[in-house]
Design a protein around this ligand. Structure first.
Ligand code: ZN
Length: 72
């Protein structure tokens, strides 16, 4: 019962060997089919706090989370 569209899949060039890797939009990491190394999904990477249980502590050293509350 998967409800996905073709645009939910995109390709990324492997940073290790430049092979094309198909990423599912929500997939954080894939193994490159050519060199078998882990390749991180650049689209998921920045929003990793949304899926990764270490998200908040993981993001903190890099950049503070954007202000989510606009109400005083
Ligand atoms: Zn590769």
């Amino acid at each position: 019962m998967r409800n996905w569209k073709p645009e939910d899949i995109f390709t990324v060039a492997c940073p290790h060997c430049r092979a094309e890797i198909e990423f599912w939009k929500d997939e954080p990491v894939r193994l490159c089919s050519a060199c078998r190394k882990e390749v991180r999904n650049p689209k998921v990477d920045q929003g990793c706090a949304e899926w990764c249980k270490h998200g908040p502590e993981c993001l903190e050293p890099i950049a503070p989370p954007p202000p989510a509350k606009l109400e005083p």
